[in-house]
Design a protein around this ligand. Sequence first.
Ligand code: ADP
Ligand code: MG
Length: 351
Amino acid sequence: MLFDERPKERREDLFDREAELAAIMDNINRPLLVLSGVRRIGKTSLLLVALNELGRDYILIDARELKANYGRRDLYSLLSKALSSRLSRLADVLRGIRGINIMSNYVEISWRGRDYISLAELFDALNRRRLIVAIDEAQRLRGPMGAELREALAHAYDYDRNLTFVLTGSEVGLLHELIGVDDPSSPLYGRYYHEVQLGRFSEEQSAEFLRRGFEEAKLKVSEEVIDEMVRLFDGIPGWLTFAGNQYLAARSLEEVRERAIGVALRELENLVEEKSRASPSAGRRYRLALKCIAEGRDSWSSLRRCVEEGEGVTLSSSVLDNVLRTLERLSIVKDYEFLDPVYREAARRLR
Ligand code: ADP
Ligand code: MG
């Protein structure tokens, strides 16, 4: 079902993405692949469908579960979970490795003590078998363990010929920073990786997606409604899916729009909240910058004026520059524009 809100897993449920799937298939023997694109563009769906189509052994690590200041124990517990869920296929690979203990349906990994196993050692052990290591929303691994992970990736890149890493990320700037290919001090500096960038659906594709979805749900919907949804959601499959679903329930475009904005607003509030935890004034600045950009302040000087008005203080340009660059690394804003029109509407409503 096209309007199923979970990530798609089977090719027949995936709308289009033929070229992107082919690109993954063609490059799957390289050490490192990256799937990038804004939130809701379909990265997880593409990844899951590709893994299914390939039929090879893989582990899937969902880095979304990590908190910002996660520690080794959290990371290893995520790895345990990933290995455990593929245990029946991987038990023979994992057996006899110091630091890995196979229980009946769970894999323990020693994260400290005598049997401690490092990330690089773990990758070397997994390399006994041809294996895909997929990390969803990998930019979440930045932080305390980021440097060690990067070292381990670089080590695996050079020595573990049986491993292919596939990283996805919504916060594209942060993902590139994690890999550090542009950073001369990074161990992965200058290494080639293949990047599949997921773009929006065209207007025709978006309309076709909606028509097919409504057809599957056996609801007759006028072309005006389809056109309006296409206009509102700008080719982002996750929003089209959300909109289709909500329309089935509410039968009102206005309601669909409001609910989508509500979802996006909560996500922006979370971001501001997270920044506020670091410092209340940072939270305020992010809130103001988002609002100002949403109001159309599309140059440095007008944005600065707007944020200064809101704060009632003058701002150093490095402070504002920092905010703006962070919003760009998070793939929320680019060139003073929101990348997602629903986010723009939501930002207008930040209080
Ligand atoms: P991302 O991982 O980029 O945030 P997801 O793969 O989770 O995106 O997709 C977001 C939503 O959109 C999900 O409900 C998913 O089912 C739907 N979706 C995304 N791409 C497609 C596609 N090509 N065909 C059908 N549904 C899709
Ligand atoms: Mg995802």
